[in-house]
Write a protein that binds this ligand. Structure first.
Ligand SMILES: *Cc1c(COP(=O)(O)O)cnc(C)c1O
Length: 367
């Protein structure tokens, strides 16, 4: 079946391989990997590729995506990775086995809802060890847990933290050590089991690689690394992972030699920005049928290093192809790698078709 452009080409074998590398690395240090599916809208083919790579526990920030996992007959447990909204506790109890939490009021509501539905729900209490996104401050943890323990519809499974997202704080032996110490304190003072200490996402992998992960950390929630082979927070490519699982492809609809500075008086562009240009003389430019309505264009990098993206609008992407040795004509297809933001938008976009390579690896699974 031919793919309609623009399309996101997804290599399931590379995703399964990456998953397997990460799962094995973490398993050797007693760490379970949750497969984070929010970066690709929980597309079932990709979820199954992660399953083949060894993931048995999936996590997503959206209840819609968790419902999709269930619809696609993927077995739980499922963790909700965004703090539940008070208005959505019924759905959360229905679709998620576990959720991350930081508000006592919400934990209380989850408990009542779970009791009324005859279900039980597991809670990971998020602790803020510095990034200043979600989580309670460590010194408040014991008090919140004491209150939560009275609510029998929920059980406290563990504590966790998130890093590198808002404040860009890097996970370290020191701040994850703080989480570990807090876990030990909670167990000692409250006499509870607290089996899970969840130490972050892709940015925490570096500590596993360096053998510096505090030993009590026994869960990581990984998306970016498995999907893209990158670790944006630490600004690195992960050397043992493949970075070509996703390629965005778009079609050329105009090619022209034009000056590099627009002619006429310059106002604002279509998005209210004042553009700024450098005079590089006459350049050969290709216009692609791809724009901001399709994808986060700032997250694209041409696979051909001799090409540069000059800019784009809602529906058009303009690429300088002067230095490329590729034979570019009308109808040619140009390939891009995507960062996390571009992956997120491309998989969400109804305008971008998805085509899969190595679909045959799914022959064993009920898709
Ligand atoms: C998105 C998310 C992750 C996964 O992060 P990656 O950097 O993609 O590995 C982990 N935990 C939480 C709470 C998240 O929202």
């Amino acid at each position: 079946m031919g793919c309609r452009y623009p399309c996101l080409e997804i290599d399931l074998a590379r995703i399964a391989q990456n998953t397997n590398h990460v799962v094995k690395l973490c398993r050797r240090q007693g760490i379970e990997v949750l497969g984070v599916t929010k970066g690709f809208c929980a597309l079932p083919e990709i979820v199954w590729a992660m399953h083949i790579g060894g993931i048995r526990h999936f996590a997503d920030a959206r209840v819609e995506n968790l419902y999709q996992l269930r619809l696609n007959r993927i077995n739980g447990p499922f963790t909700l990775l965004r703090l539940p909204s008070l208005s959505m506790v019924a759905e959360v109890i229905e679709v998620a086995d576990v959720s991350i939490n930081s508000e006592f009021e919400v934990i209380k509501a989850l408990s009542s809802q779970a009791l009324s539905m005859g279900k039980s729900h597991q809670v990971i209490l998020m602790i803020d060890v510095g990034d200043l996104r979600e989580g309670i401050l460590p010194e408040q943890a014991i008090a919140v847990i004491r209150k939560a323990l009275g609510h029998k519809g929920v059980s406290l499974r563990g504590i966790g933290t998130n890093m590198g997202c808002f404040g860009g704080v890097l996970p370290t032996q020191k701040n994850l050590g703080l989480l570990q110490d807090l876990g030990r304190e909670i167990r000692a003072r409250l006499g509870i089991e607290l089996p899970i200490i969840s130490g972050g996402g892709t940015s925490s992998l570096l500590l596993v690689e360096n053998l510096t992960m505090p030993p009590d950390i026994n869960q990581l929630r990984i998306g970016e690394g498995i999907l893209l082979g990158t670790d944006t927070t630490n600004n690195r490519q992960i050397p043992y992972l493949d970075r070509d699982a996703f390629i965005l492809k778009a079609e050329v609809i105009e090619i022209a030699e034009k000056p590099s500075i627009p002619m006429g008086e310059i106002g604002q562009d279509a998005f209210g920005q004042k553009p700024c240009f450098i005079d590089r003389g006459i350049r050969r430019r290709a216009i692609l049928a791809l724009g901001k309505q399709d994808v986060e264009i700032t997250g694209l990098t041409p696979k051909d290093e001799q090409m540069t993206i000059l800019g784009g609008s809602s529906d058009h992407l303009i690429v300088d192809i002067t230095d490329s040795t590729a034979q570019i004509e009308i109808g040619s297809v140009v390939n891009f790698s995507v960062n996390y933001a571009a992956l997120l938008s491309a998989t969400t976009s109804p305008y971008i078709s998805k085509c899969y390579n190595n679909l045959n690896i799914l022959k064993e699974v009920p898709i």
